[in-house]
Design a binder for this molecule. Structure first.
Ligand SMILES: [Zn+2]
Length: 463
């Protein structure tokens, strides 16, 4: 067994020397977890990347001129897809690890720290979040960017995604509290033409909004007016803070107004009524679960609504939400959801003689990849190792100390692995992590900027 090739500096140098559009990369001898239901898992399989696209998956592929990467002992998997994270908060990560409720988070962060953010603070938080996402195998990140106090704040957030090379979804919303330019949503057409004009690019735009007026008043609440803005721009909508009876009523209003659908994502969706779930299922609306914020911070019922979603015919995506209180990576989301759902299922069946209805590791990996892509409106682009999709993929070392010996590849990804096992990350065919290191970042310089930004935010009085 030769584990050296995916960690070889010479291979990386050769890959980066070749012009992107004519570059061919052949991964050989891997366990290929495609997450494509037609392709399944290949043992000892090859995968060919040409330019930015996966062009073939199968045994012993022939590819003259390709740079060959021996991936024996490794798993190839699609990159994870994060369906909702507030990236600008990253320099405040774990500042309130034991926050007990949404109100505590809102007052400290959205009514406090957020109000003093300058564009450069937006940039450094978003860049830090995106780099960390790549390191832990997240190749697509929806940045629910809800601190756009000026045009320049929006520009900084988008440019941080662009400069990092992640497949970024900029979901734009104005801030909840404090002084701001009130340029949202009026600035969205300008943002679209400046940064999102091509249909074939790494970055996409969505409109971000809240379910109700409970937190920040009517201006940020989803309804026919914001739906019209999104439709005129041709972008999807991500709705945060969807929980409880007020949100359930809102969902029924949206159904009546015909502003639900596959291009609308409802985030959290805890404590919703059966009638709301039925309306979501019938309209094909997508759902972004946030297992750790629901459970740990205690949103509404605190139970990630996976059973409710599946019962409505919705396979959800997963999301990280706020790093101020939660873990930054997708492994934590998968493991938390897997454990919570199975606990709930066994508990409900206990003593009844009924069989618990349990989700599997394959289910949660599907949520973290393909369903995340669908939720973010990118299922034709990413989320599985399907020929024709963009090359967003992970090389996961399955014979590292904590994973050897490889017995079940999906179990190894979901229950055994973490960022240290991801030796390489490709996004759109470009190497973003190699030999266990995130590329194209000066960590010492970044650290200095992160600390300076954190000091500014903590030491400036909220306005
Ligand atoms: Zn959120």
């Amino acid at each position: 067994m030769n584990l050296n090739h995916t960690t070889s500096a010479a291979v990386l140098e050769e890959l980066r020397r070749r012009p992107a559009d004519r570059r061919r990369i052949l991964f050989t001898g891997a366990t290929v977890v495609t997450m494509d239901s037609g392709l399944g898992v290949l043992d000892g399989g090859d995968l060919l990347v040409e330019g930015d696209t996966i062009t073939a998956v199968g045994p012993r592929l022939d590819a003259p001129d390709a740079v060959v990467v021996d991936a024996t002992g490794a798993i190839l998997a699609p990159g994870f897809v994060d369906t909702h994270r507030h990236a600008w908060e990253a320099q405040l990560r774990r500042i309130m690890p034991d926050v007990d409720d949404l109100g505590g988070y809102v007052m400290a962060t959205l009514a406090g720290y957020a109000t003093v953010y300058r564009p450069q603070n937006m940039y450094i938080g978003t860049r830090l979040a995106a780099l960390t996402a790549i390191d832990s195998g997240i190749t697509t990140m929806l940045d629910f960017s809800h601190n756009s106090r000026t045009r320049e704040h929006s520009d900084a957030a988008v440019e941080a995604l662009r400069d990092t090379g992640i497949r970024g979804v900029h979901a734009a919303m104005g801030p909840h509290f404090g002084d701001w330019d009130r340029q949202w949503p009026g600035d969205l057409p300008r943002l679209k033409s400046q940064y999102f004009s091509s249909d074939d690019q790494l970055l996409t735009l969505r409109l971000a909004t809240l379910a109700t007026d409970e937190i920040a008043g009517p201006a940020l609440a989803y309804g026919p007016e914001l739906a019209r803005v999104a439709r005129e721009l041709g972008v999807g909508v991500s709705v945060d803070a969807v929980f409880g009876s007020a949100s359930s009523d809102a969902v029924l209003r949206w159904a009546k107004d015909s502003i639900l659908g596959p291009d609308v994502t409802l985030i959290h969706s805890t404590g919703l009524t059966p009638e709301a779930w039925q309306a979501m299922g019938e309209s094909g609306t997508t759902v972004a679960l946030a297992p750790t914020s629901d459970a740990q911070i205690g949103l509404e019922t605190a139970i990630p609504a996976v059973d409710e979603a599946l019962s409505a015919g919705i396979r959800p995506g997963l999301s990280i939400d706020v790093e101020v209180a939660l873990a930054s990576d997708m492994f934590t989301q998968m493991r938390a959801l897997h454990a919570i759902q199975r606990m709930r299922a066994v508990n409900a069946a206990h003593g009844t003689g009924r069989q618990p209805s349990r989700i599997t590791t394959r289910d949660v990996l599907d949520f973290a990849t393909l369903q995340g892509a669908r939720t973010n409106g990118l299922v034709g682009v990413t989320g599985s190792l399907t020929p024709g999709k963009k090359a967003d993929l992970l090389v996961i070392q399955a014979e590292d100390l904590n994973n050897m010996p490889l017995n079940d590849p999906i179990g190894t990804i979901v229950l055994g692995s973490d960022a240290r096992n991801i030796s390489a990350v490709l996004i759109n065919g470009e190497t973003r992590k190699w030999n266990g290191q995130v590329l194209d970042v000066n960590l010492a310089a970044l650290r200095g900027k992160v600390h300076a930004s954190r000091e500014y935010v903590l030491n400036t009085p909220a306005v």
